[in-house]
Ligand binder design. Structure first.
Ligand code: 2AM
Length: 188
């Protein structure tokens, strides 16, 4: 037994191995169906590669590449968050030139959503990640590689009641991102 065995990563985890992680809201089946219908409208307007229904989500806090060994601590901190459920109004389909995504956005960030995002940012900082300085813009990406420039489609009114949030691992593949949920915690 080597003296540094205490510092060894959990079994099966190569030292230095990382995962691309983010916290998100994942839609319930009814919300997902509504998002799929909106995806078809956005795709008709802007083209690109539509988001698959099973990967539709709303990012709360993108963490980026994090050591696998940190995941249990992140999950324990997330389980300690006490935040209320809320309803988010997503009301416009937009196309962002800078990254060529077509998305469904909300003009207003409900207070409870802002507080949840702030709590997740604190959690990220405690885990050693830099504080997020960009303003939070709630959006669901509906298509990538979109051709922006056309007039936006007519407004939507999609109500999303969030009752829980998830930690997701993203693996980038040629066929598109694969998402694996690592944890799910209730909003009370
Ligand atoms: P996007 O949909 O606006 O591209 C998984 O990649 C999720 O994390 C996506 O919802 C993506 O947002 C978001 N994401 C990826 N890279 C990011 C970054 N550098 N900053 C913030 N969010 C990011």
């Amino acid at each position: 037994v080597r003296a540094d065995d205490d510092a060894a990563p959990p079994q099966g985890v190569a030292p230095g191995e990382t995962a691309r992680l983010f916290f998100a809201l994942w839609p319930d089946p009814v919300t997902r169906a509504a998002l799929e219908a909106t995806t078809r409208r956005a795709h008709a307007a802007y083209g690109g590669k539509p988001t698959r229904g099973d990967t539709l989500h709303l990012t709360l806090r993108f963490l980026g590449d994090v050591a696998l060994a940190c995941i249990p601590t992140l999950c324990a901190s997330a389980a300690g968050i006490r935040a209320p459920a809320f309803t988010l109004v997503l009301d416009h389909i937009d196309c962002w030139h800078h990254n060529r995504i077509a998305c469904l956005g909300g003009r207003e960030t409900p207070g409870a959503l802002g507080a949840l995002v702030a709590a997740l940012d604190d959690l990220a900082v405690e885990a050693g990640l830099p504080r997020e300085t960009r303003p939070y813009r709630p959006h669901v990406t509906l298509a990538r590689g979109a051709t922006c420039g056309q007039e936006n489609p007519a407004p939507e009114k999609l109500l999303w009641t969030a009752r829980d949030f998830v930690l997701v691992r993203s693996s980038l593949r040629t066929a598109g991102a694969r998402y694996q949920q690592l944890g799910r915690w209730p909003l009370l």
